[in-house]
Structures are given as C-alpha cells and as structure tokens.
Design a protein. Sequence first.
Length: 260
Amino acid sequence: MLRALALAGLAAALLAPQPVSAADLLPHEASYVVRLGTSPSAPSVGTARQLLGKDCGVWRLERDVRTEIGFSASLRLTSESELRGVERDGTLFDYQLRRVQNGAEQTIAGRVSVAQNGTRADLILPSRPLSFTLPAGVVLPVSAFAFVIDALKRGDTSFSFMLYDAELTSDALQVDGGVAPADTLRPARPDGARLPEGTTWPVEIRFSRTGANARPLFTVTLLLHEGGVLDRLTINTGLLAASVDLVSFKPLPRPDCPTS
C-alpha cells in the first residue's frame, strides 16, 4: 500500500493525447517521513525520497520508498521500492524498478513509447519479457506533473486521465480528481520543511484500474507546488491510511544546454 506514495505526485491532468512541455518543472530532491495513520502522534514507519533532475533533452526521475510496519512482536512487514527512470519529450520512458518485500526481491525493466495511435510497453519481468499496447492518451510519469500544473494554472477544478504506473501495477491507471477544499489537508507539522516560494493547490485524487465501473484502489490528498514538489500527502486504501510529510528540500541546477 505504501508504494502507492510514489504515485501521489502524478496527481491529475486533462485527458489529451499530446504531451506537454515539462520545461517549467523545478529540478529538485525532496525527502519525506512516512507515518502509519493521520493523527499528530502517528508513528513513523519509513522514509521516501523523490528526485526530479533535468539533463539536456531528458528528465530523470528517482523515487525511493522504505517502510517497516510491526503488526505484532513476531509479524513485521518490510518493503522497499526504488525507481530509476528517464523521460524524453513526453513520448518515451525508460526505467528500472527494484522492489523488496520481507527479503524477497523483484526487478523490472521497461520502455514505454507514446504515439498518436496508442502506447506500447515493453517490459522485462522476473519471469519473462512482456509487450502490450495501451490506449492513446496515456500520460508518462514526468509529463503528468506538467499536465496537472498546466490544468490548475488554467483554473480547471477537475481532471481525468490515464497514467502509466511503473511502480505499482506496470500498467495504466485511471486518475480522477480535482482541487480540494483547503481543510481537506492535514495541518502542516511544525518540524516539517517549507515548500519553495510559488503557487500551491490542495488536490484530491482517486486511482483506479482502467475499465468501466472500476472501484478506486486508493485515494490521495496532497499539497502540490507549481514546480512539482509535494507535501502533506494522505494515502487512504479504505483499510489503512498513511501520512507523508516533507522534511527536506533541495533545488537542483538546470543544465546549460545548446539551443540547436
């Protein structure tokens, strides 16, 4: 469930087959603490990190989530997720994913290509290679940040799109959501880091399997900064809830790239 954190920053967008520019995103590295529950006294159960880096012609995306939950003296759940991805022009995403749960490790490598007539995913799973097609209009992970921020800057209050989910399902997820009332968010923690200067929006999102009448897998509320930085996330599966708060933020330099 807590690996769903890695999806929270990809919150929302307009359904559109054409990629949008991610030029206005803020290259940064951010660290988070993960707590089980939403109360001010909720226990810390892990950490998370997101790096959004800009190289000439590509965006680099890194996400790490590590949790350890003790259900009893003899029952503990440990989980790690490490994503390393490179996205080019909103049309190509190459990535490697490493997951470990209670010592059992799994790795996946993938390439997702977006075209006018559809999206192709070529994966190397632990058991076999796998290729399949997805509908046109699927949004890649970094482009999703730009989609949602562009929509919110235009004043849109709701959104719906399909996102390629590299971390949880290795498939497309349906994303539906919109701007939420400010009091939907948990209060900021006094020991948390401050977001950089700029516009922010409270957002609520539902993530579902694609298909008619699909029930939400989980919902997320968060505070989204116009540069793509996230804070005050609450992830709710219906059975469990987790809170994720920003503890450190570092802007990264933009490369000095040739213009031709």
